[in-house]
Structures are given as C-alpha cells and as structure tokens.
Write a protein that binds this ligand. Structure first.
Ligand code: NAD
Ligand code: LYC
Length: 629
C-alpha cells in the first residue's frame, strides 16, 4: 500500500484486509500490532505509547503517525504473515457536520493526524444534501452566513451614551467570514451567488418586511413601517453593529486558551471589553431599552426566532448581533451546487491534508481508560485509538449514549439544567413547476399569518427556502425547489403505527402547503411534481441527533452566552464541537465552535503554544462564570 495515500480508500482497504485475511486469536507482540487488532484486544495505554516512542508534545510535531509493519503475528497453533499499516491518530472526530469538519480541517492544516468517523454515507450532517428525480435538496438551512470574501467600507450612525449619535466610517476586512476561511484553510474556494434579500417576513396584521442586503435599504423599509420608532430602530441595530464590529475585528480562536485570550485583550482592549460586557445580555432586553412599540418588539422576536428558535428575550445579544449584521456586511451567499458542496469541499480538503474520513462508521462508544478518552468503538466492533477524541454529536448524545457512564459530570448536569433540547423540524422538500412562483419571488420567506402568540408554537410559523431562485442547476429545467419547514417535537410522532405515521405526515404537510398557497402562491398544490416529508424521527435517524433536536434552547431567560459550555469537557482528552457548544445553533456558529475546538486541542497536543498554569486558572474561571448563568 502506498503510505502517502490517505483517505477513505486507504482506511477501507485496511479494514478489508482484515476481513480477507483474518488473524486467529491474535496475541500482539507490540503496541503497534495491538492498535491494529480493532475490536478484540485491550486498547493501548498512554504509558505504552510513550514506551514505544509516541511522545506527546511540541517536540514531536513532525513525527509520523502511521507505521508500516511486516511481521509475524503468532497465535495459538498458527502463525500468519501480516503486512499491514498500523494507525494511531492525534485526534478522532465523531461526526462530519460542519462543526466536526471545521475542527478536523483546522487541526489537519497544523499537521495533526485526524480521523473523522461519519455514520452516514456523505459528509455534512444537517448541512448535507440529497438527490431525487433530478433535484438536489439541502437537508437543512439554505441561509449561509459567514460566506463572503470582501472588504467593506462601513458607514454607520451609532448611538452615544448621551442619547446622541456619532458617525462611523471605516474599511473593514473582517474575520467573521468563517465558512470562507475554513474552506480557504484547506485550499478550497467556492463560487457563491449573492442573495439580495436574506428573508422576506410575512407577519400578522399584514406586516411585510424584506430584509435587503443593503443595510440602508432594510432600515428605510423598517422605518417606513414604524416611523414613530425611527430612533429606537437606529439605536437597537446600532448596538448590534457595535458588537458585530468588535467581533469582526478579533482574531477568532479558542476563548479557553489563555495566551490567545489575554493577547486579544492586550491588542484590542475596547473590543474585548465590549464583548465581555454584552456576553451575559440578551437581545430582547436591549431592544426594550430603545423600542416601545409592541409590534416592532414582536418583529425583533421574529428576527431572533428564525436563528435561535426562541424569542429575543432568550436570544444572546452577541448571537443576534452576529446574524443581524453579517447579512448586511458580508451578505448571505449561496454556494453554487447547493449547501452540500461546503461539506464535500471540506472533506476533500481534509483528505488532501493527509487526514482521513471514514463513512458508514457509526460510533457507539467512546473508549475511556484511567479517566481519559483514548478511542472510539463502532457498531461493527472496530476500534480506533487517538490521543484526543472530539465529538460532533450533540452533548445529549455524547454524554447520554457514547459515554457509558452512570453519573453525568457536574458540568453536563449544569448544562442540561440550563438548556433543553430545542424542538426538531417537520420539513417538506418539494419540486414544483416554475410558473407557480410570481416574478421577483425572494429566496427565503418566513410566514406567521394571524397571531404573534403562535410564533414559537409547534407548526406556528413556517420557514420557506427556494434555493433555485439563486441556483437553477439544483432542479430540472422548468422546476423550482421549495423547502418548507416548521418546528415540531418528536413526542408528536412517536407511538404511531406505520400507517398512522404516514397519514399524519400527509395531513400536516397538506395543512402547511395550504397555508403557503393561501398566503403566497395560488395554485401551489397543483404545481407539485415531487414531495418528500421528513419528521423529527427522520432528523433523528439520518442526523443521529437525540430527539432530532435542532440544538440547545435555554429553559428560562439565560444570561446571554455565559452558560454555554466551550469545547473541553470533564473527561480528560474528550472535547465537544457543534451546536451544543458555545456559541450555539447555526452553520456559522458551529464553524466557530470548530475553530475554537481545533485551537484548544492543538494546544493540548503541543501543536500550539500553551501554558499549563494559565490554562488551569482560565478553565476554572470559565467554569465558575458558567455557574453564574
Ligand atoms: N432544518 C435545519 O435547518 C437544521 C436542522 C438541524 C441542524 N441544522 C443546522 O446545523 C447545525 C449543526 O451542525 P453540527 O456540526 O453541530 O452537527 P450536525 O448535526 O450537522 O452533524 C453531526 C454529524 O455527526 C454525525 N454523527 C452523529 N452521531 C454519530 C455517531 N455516533 N457516529 C458517527 N457519526 C455520527 C451525523 O451523522 C452528522 O453527520 C445546527 O446548529 C443548525 O444550524 C439545521
Ligand atoms: C471569555 C470571556 C468570559 C470573556 C471574553 C470576552 C470576549 C473576548 C468574548 C469574545 C466572544 C466571541 C469571539 C464570540 C463569538 C461569537 C460568534 C462568532 C457567534 C456566532 C453566532 C452565530 C449564530 C448564532 C448564527 C446562527 C444562524 C442560524 C441559526 C441560521 C439559521 C437559519 C435558518 C434556520 C434559516 C431561516 C430560513 C428561512 C427564513 C427560510
């Protein structure tokens, strides 16, 4: 085997080798062979690795993790010549959602040897795709933040402390285009299509608001609907810009790594103090400082709900600012070929960096020895070992299923006390005849027809994405894709017979389609050429997310982002990445979580600077801060 060929094929060929030339009851003579014996042998101990020359730390950065061995494996009564490559990784990532892939690629470019284990047949998780009858459907959201590639001259009216304004004008390059950056890190650049309107809101009392790409156009439209609240609107969105600009100016790395964090405070004290000030605050409180009109406050709730599945009072101000400004700063950009292309490119980039991804690899447990995570066991019995394990599964899946422990660590108990699983989605992927859409239809819509009270209720509001407005190549000629989704809980779909389940899917889908037919597209029903309905059970099954959840949702009013856990966990060597880590749900949010996780793991592996004394102090401080949330 060519030792320079990595990737799915190389991993799979090893596994196939084992299938075709089984070693009977192997008694490995040395550690390298033990690692090879995937399932039936005891896992390696750290002390053993050291004895074999596996030194951890900066001095060992360039050493090869892959060992070729031609050796005689002796077993009772038989000896078999085994020519195999032995593997031992720096990091194993469970799951190839954007969170997992960004963590993996960021590590790989630092020279870390990574293995990604993905349960499904393609990468991406919620940001994956599937194809049917010539249509390419995005599994989840089609609204991509953090996907721009340009500097911008920013001109803003900002409120000052004395109730007046100051005018800001500056050229910003920005660090928040995290998806673009993650791709660039592994040498990928994708063609994107700018979306002129982030979302078109269709709200109670006939309130219709288009969120234009240009900030000034959006503000004029909103002020046009609420002229008496002009000042409040400018002040609220002005605070959002203040936070966004602070975020955008920082180099974004792990907030759990003290050398970086203190360095940022030293270089950008005002920006860091701004972020520290807003970290425990929520968007609803800030909005109420400046805005009094209840309908406008409900609009701000809807603005937050579409990205956090909760109202503004429960949405951290930093997260709200991030999305409410990035859509005007870098703008929303759609990748040519569909959202799935992002994960495909990252996975390809990962392999090009010499790391690996293995599909149909369903992790069933994280192997812990002497209190340290040392490997992962798959449902087919294979075992893989590494110095660190990163879980891109949700924290509920990681601590409830992958770790076979009776007692939840205190930190996780606190997390589960503060956050509950957000509901899942009922989603309809449809192909329709193109002529059912009126000219100039926007790509994304949010519909809540009658009563603001229904905003957060299951099936209350409807999300609609029509990605073919931007990229026609996703559907056969003369057709469009409609992705309709609404919040729905798993409890609603359990305990039904197959027949009742199918009937309920049809019924719920029909109601949603009727609503859109009435509100937006007359004749919608008769224009359908393809329809597939997914429930929370579908999300659970294909995305391996407990209850099909969309991510964590605060149980009560949170202290902004203060209570969100970062990437380290109570288990030595185990890290989490994805939407149940800081800063939460969203593709760009999980990309940031991936960047943070990779930085912390790289420091722990000796690929980045680290100071153990400061580490302990900062991790304790952050743990204590979370107890205040
Ligand atoms: N309908 C939607 O719009 C929708 C739904 C859900 C999530 N999302 C978005 O995606 C974000 C989540 O991204 P993420 O990176 O955190 O996670 P993700 O759910 O996208 O990816 C996790 C990946 O891990 C894999 N996985 C999970 N358990 C595994 C196991 N035991 N063994 C092997 N593989 C396993 C899954 O197959 C999946 O590919 C959310 O915050 C949200 O914004 C969107
Ligand atoms: C550490 C301490 C304590 C302190 C210090 C201070 C500081 C320095 C701080 C800092 C901080 C930071 C850096 C932070 C960061 C953050 C971030 C980046 C965030 C982000 C976020 C994001 C988000 C949230 C996003 C989201 C999104 C989403 C979810 C989306 C979605 C979408 C959808 C669903 C679609 C819709 C559709 C329709 C309408 C159709």
């Amino acid at each position: 085997m060519n030792t320079h060929t990595f990737g799915i094929s190389s991993s799979q060929s090893i596994i196939n080798n084992w299938k075709t030339k089984p070693v009977i009851n192997p008694k490995p003579r040395n550690q390298f062979q033990r690692i090879l014996c995937f399932s039936s042998v005891k896992s390696p101990k750290l002390s053993d690795h050291r004895m074999q020359g596996f030194e951890f730390g900066a001095n060992n950065r360039k050493r090869e993790n892959r060992f070729s061995s031609k050796s005689v494996v002796e077993s009772e009564g038989s000896s078999v010549v085994a020519e195999r490559d032995s593997y031992f990784y720096d990091a194993i990532v469970i799951g190839s959602g954007v969170g997992g892939l960004v963590a993996a690629t960021q590590l790989a470019v630092k020279g870390v040897k990574v293995l990604v284990l993905e349960k499904y047949v393609i990468p991406g998780g919620s940001s994956g795709f599937y194809q049917r009858d010539g249509f390419t459907f995005d599994v989840g959201s089609s609204v991509m933040f953090g996907f721009s590639d340009k500097s911008k001259l920013v001109f803003q009216l900002c409120p000052n402390d004395k109730g007046g304004y100051w005018i800001g004008l500056w050229l910003m390059k920005g660090n928040l285009n995290l998806i673009t950056r993650a791709l660039a890190a592994v040498g990928c650049k994708m063609q994107v299509i700018p979306d002129p309107t982030t979302v078109h809101f269709h709200l109670p009392n006939g309130l219709s608001v288009q969120v234009h790409r240009e900030y000034s156009e959006f503000i004029s439209e909103l002020v046009g609907k609420f002229p008496h609240e002009k000042e409040g609107i400018l002040k609220f969105y002005g605070v959002c810009w203040k936070i966004f600009n602070a975020l955008n100016s920082l180099e974004l790395k792990s907030l759990e790594e003290p050398i970086y964090l203190f360095g940022q405070f030293f270089k950008k004290p005002v920006e860091c103090l701004t972020l520290a000030y807003y970290l425990p605050q929520n968007a609803g409180d800030i909005a109420r400082k400046y805005i009094k009109d209840p309908e406008l406050l409900s609009f701000i709730d809807a603005e937050c709900f579409i990205v956090s599945t909760v109202n503004a009072m429960q949405t951290p101000m930093i997260n709200a600012s991030m999305v409410l400004c990035d859509r005007h700063f870098g703008g929303i950009n759609y990748p040519v070929g569909g959202v799935g292309e992002i994960a495909k490119s990252l996975a390809k980039g990962l392999v090009n960096q010499g790391s690996e991804i293995l599909y149909k690899a369903n992790a069933t447990s994280i192997i812990v020895e002497d209190g340290k995570a040392v490997g992962v066991k798959l449902s087919d019995g294979r075992q893989f070992y590494a110095k660190t394990v990163i879980s891109n599964a949700t924290r509920w899946d990681t601590f409830g299923k992958l770790l076979k422990r009776e007692e939840l660590p205190e930190e996780e108990k606190r997390f589960q006390k503060a956050y509950v699983k957000a509901p899942s989605f009922l989603s309809i992927h449809m192909g329709v005849k193109a002529d059912v859409l009126p000219p100039y239809t926007d790509c994304h819509h949010f519909v809540l027809e009658d009563d603001w009270k229904n905003l957060e209720d299951p099936y209350g509001s409807v999300f609609l994405s029509i990605p073919t407005i931007l990229d026609k190549s996703l559907a056969p000629e003369g057709n469009h894709i409609l992705h309709i989704f609404t919040t729905s809980s798993i409890e609603d779909w359990e305990g039904l017979s197959r027949k009742d389940y199918e009937a309920k899917k049809e019924l719920v889908a029909e109601k949603l389609i009727n609503r859109l037919e009435k509100k937006l597209f007359p004749g919608l029903k008769s224009s359908i050429v393809f329809k597939e309905v997914g429930t929370p059970k579908t999300h659970r099954r294909y995305l391996a997310r407990d209850s099909g959840t969309y991510g964590p949702m605060p149980r009560t009013i949170p202290k902004g982002l203060l209570g969100m856990p970062f990437n380290t966990t109570a288990i030595n060597g185990l890290y989490c990445v994805g939407d149940s880590c800081f800063p939460g749900q969203g593709v760009i949010a999980v990309a940031f979580s991936g960047v943070m996780c990779a930085h912390r793991v790289a420091a722990d592996l000796g690929f980045e600077k680290k100071n153990p004394v400061l580490d302990t102090a900062l991790l304790q401080l952050l743990g204590w801060l979370r107890t205040l949330a």
